[in-house]
Design a protein around this ligand. Structure first.
Ligand code: ZN
Length: 212
């Protein structure tokens, strides 16, 4: 039994998107589809993956722009932490600010919760609530790969910004403390750019002012 995965950038802002699937049942989970739904759909087909759920680290437009189309094409569920549901509903405001087209978004089906794993086939991703960049920001842990998707909480050279839509520096500090406690051999994959390890977190504490 093995957990298969692919990581690739998608969308205008190059969000790191991840596809995980169970090699026995071919059921899969997609994280943060930021755009290019046709290419992602082709990837599902070419790997024979049946998409169970799209899970989102948070509800900024660059992480969610392809959700509507993929949901329509696959009938998968969509899961987001409840504290980010207001951001999901404010999609028009986000797009206006960034001068990006407003995508059609479906209803959220499931509230992500720390302690409640995301299940697909015989595999799982564990959920960590990592607020600060946004209130409902989550990370996803793939234990057997020693891999955690930390979204926009922390990058290889800076922490995620907290000045957008109910970001919170105090919560972000606690989130960075948690990320710093990961064993050094774990791969931490941010929402954009290259991966890093927990040893890089101290120098990453400077808040990032660019990116989304
Ligand atoms: Zn973001």
């Amino acid at each position: 039994m093995a957990l298969e995965h692919l990581i690739f950038p998608s969308g205008e802002l190059g969000a790191n998107t991840a596809l995980f699937w169970c090699d026995r049942t071919r059921e899969g989970v997609l994280v943060d589809p930021g755009g290019e739904p046709d290419e992602i759909f082709d990837l599902l087909l070419s790997n024979g993956v049946s998409l169970v759920t799209i899970v989102l680290t948070h509800a900024h437009i660059d992480n969610i722009a392809a959700v509507g189309r993929l949901r329509e094409d696959t009938s998968c569920g969509v899961a987001l932490h409840r504290e980010d549901w207001p951001l999901w509903e404010a999609i028009e405001e986000q797009c206006r600010e960034l001068r990006m087209p407003v995508p059609d978004l479906p209803e959220i089906d499931e509230a992500l919760c720390e302690g409640v794993p995301v299940l697909f086939g015989r595999e799982r991703l564990d959920v960590m609530h990592l607020p600060g960049h946004s209130p409902g920001h989550c990370g996803f842990l793939a234990d057997e790969l020693s891999l955690c998707l930390v979204g926009d909480a922390c990058f290889s050279s800076a922490a995620g910004r907290c000045d957008l839509w109910r970001g919170d520096e105090t919560r972000q500090e606690k989130t960075l403390d948690r990320i710093q406690r990961f064993p050094a051999h774990w791969t931490l994959l941010p929402g954009h750019g290259p991966s890093f390890s927990s040893a890089d977190v101290p120098r990453s504490r400077r808040l990032r002012s660019t990116n989304f």
